[in-house]
Design a protein around this ligand. Structure first.
Ligand code: NAD
Length: 484
């Protein structure tokens, strides 16, 4: 049980001004596993004030990128020293099964931090440039103070996708954790404190949308980096637009996996179990629509269902569990609502479709597989964010591509084939920000993000650092040669 009455502001743990708390419950036992303040408007003001003064007059933006990289590596060491505690906390907050905990929640976060520490070391801040008629020095400067707003599904990883490039660029950050999963962010603050991250560079608190909007609209914030639902992203983009703030949005998805006829069906279906059901489907890049040709449709559904139907569902702490609970009762109701809508629309559940009968506590939903789905059904168009997969038949590859693209979202997608060139050809036709041939992958060093209703901007890779940098041109007097 993690208890705190503080928020982390200006390099110190300070008593929250809030009279409300966030009670964190384990999604599997429903027991209380933590309690932290529900940050108040005064807390938000204090955190933004600390980030602002650290940016305007603190050492961080004025340090060399190499010096910042050293601090980031010290943070990496401090996080690595807390691995056991991170595992316990993130398992308790998110209900992630043990076998997925390190790869899906922790190791990827450390990869991102390590990657951006490396990139910071090589950042060229100032370069001479000659234009058409003038000479200048072109500088890459940090955008300023950043509000990082995080959802609950992969909280440390998604935090690091913002905090690490922001730190590398020289920005200062207010990290707002989701109310469901605040404790991992508190551990991140503890690690930053121990690593000697200068005061005000990273400020941490947790609250919901209401105080969150105060953070978004706070005049002291220069950039908003948001991961979450498309609805909240739209609202935040609107608020940011009014104030002309920088904004990066990583939003929802409804990715399509196109299984070509030359695919090794056994291998593809097995991998697609991981790409759809991991974290109980609570993944923005889940390949939740599986498109198979009419010739191989029955065979594919049968093979997938055979595995999905026997996936171990239960206590995430038990060795062997693959399907843990959903994050909350509310999320379970939402997912069950979609399952009911799918049935009503005429789709046929061949596996699951309800709540597992052997589990008395916890917010579980059975792995659920629908067949006879058409792409216009709500279960094919809307993001469910649960262990629900739909199989849609296609006649030819042209139709498969058009069904895949017939979505408001454009985050990720995959193609499954034994011919890499065919796979790449399909990938070029799909309107998403990310795509995979025979696998669903993310990588700290490669750009990730969405098009259409899946977001704006990119995280990870050099592009993820660019999102925290502004360009300044300092023109030199006429007839001056820029010096290297
Ligand atoms: P959510 O949008 O309800 O909340 C996300 C975060 O935003 C939370 O911290 C919440 O408190 C905050 N928030 C919500 N409205 C806000 C507002 N108006 N102002 C300020 N803060 C606000 O999403 P969720 O239910 O926590 O997470 C699930 C969603 O996140 C899914 O749609 C999923 O696809 C998306 N997601 C996207 C990615 C990605 O990288 N594209 C990754 C993970 C999750």
């Amino acid at each position: 049980m993690y208890l705190s009455k503080d928020i982390y502001v200006g390099g110190q743990w300070v008593a929250s001004a809030s009279d409300r708390t966030l009670v964190v419950r384990s999604p599997s036992t429903e027991e209380v596993v933590g309690e932290v303040p529900d940050a108040s408007p005064a807390d938000i003001d204090a955190a933004v004030g600390a980030a602002r003064s650290a940016f305007d007059s603190g050492p961080w933006p004025r340090m060399s990128p190499v010096e910042r990289a050293e601090v980031m590596l010290a943070l990496l060491d401090q996080l690595s020293a807390r691995l056991a505690q991170l595992e316990t906390v993130i398992a308790a907050e998110t209900g992630t099964p043990r076998m997925l905990l390190r790869p899906a929640q922790i190791d990827n976060a450390l990869d991102v931090l390590r990657y951006y520490a490396g990139l910071a070391g090589g950042l060229v801040v100032e370069a001479p440039r000659t234009g058409v008629n003038a000479a200048a020095v072109v500088r890459r400067e940090p955008v300023g103070t950043v509000a990082a707003i995080i959802p609950w599904n992969a909280p440390l990883f998604l935090s690091m996708m913002k905090v690490a490039p922001a730190m590398a660029a020289g920005c200062t950050v207010v990290l707002k954790a989701a109310p469901e999963t605040p404790v991992n962010a508190y551990l991140l603050a503890e690690a930053a404190d121990a690593a000697g991250v200068p005061p005000g560079v990273l400020n941490v608190l947790a609250t919901g949308p209401a105080s969150g909007e105060r953070l978004v609209t706070h005049p002291g914030i220069d950039k908003i980096a948001f991961t979450g639902s498309t609805a909240a992203g739209r609202r935040i983009a609107g608020l940011a637009g009014e104030q002309l703030k920088h904004v990066t949005l990583e939003l929802g998805g409804k990715s399509a996996a196109i299984v070509l006829d030359d695919a090794d069906l056994d291998a593809a279906m097995l991998q697609l179990i991981g790409s759809t059901m991991s974290l109980s489907g609570q993944m923005c890049i889940a390949q939740s629509r599986i498109l198979v040709s009419r010739e191989r449709y029955d065979e594919a559904v049968e093979r997938f269902a055979a595995v999905a139907g026997v996936l171990p569902v239960g206590d995430p702490l038990e060795e062997g569990t693959f399907i843990g609970p959903l994050i909350s009762r509310r999320q379970r109701e939402r997912v069950l609502g979609y399952i009911a809508a799918g049935r009503e629309a005429g789709a046929v559940p061949v596996v699951g479709g309800g709540v597992p009968s052997h589990l008395e506590r916890g917010w579980y939903v059975e792995p659920t597989v629908f067949r006879d789905v058409s792409n216009d059904m709500s279960i094919a168009q809307e993001e469910i964010f649960g262990p629900v997969v739909v199989f849609i038949p296609y006649t030819d590859v042209t139709e498969a591509v058009s069904v895949a693209n017939d979505s408001p979202f454009g985050l990720h997608g995959t193609v499954w084939t034994s011919d890499l060139e065919r796979g790449l050809a399909v990938g070029r036709e799909i309107r998403t920000g990310t795509f995979g041939v025979n696998g669903m992958t993310l990588d700290a060093g490669l750009p990730f993000g969405g098009v259409k209703s899946s977001g704006l901007g990119r995280e990870c890779g050099p592009e993820g650092l660019d999102a925290y940098l502004d360009t300044k041109t300092i023109f030199l007097p006429a007839a001056t040669e820029p010096s290297a």
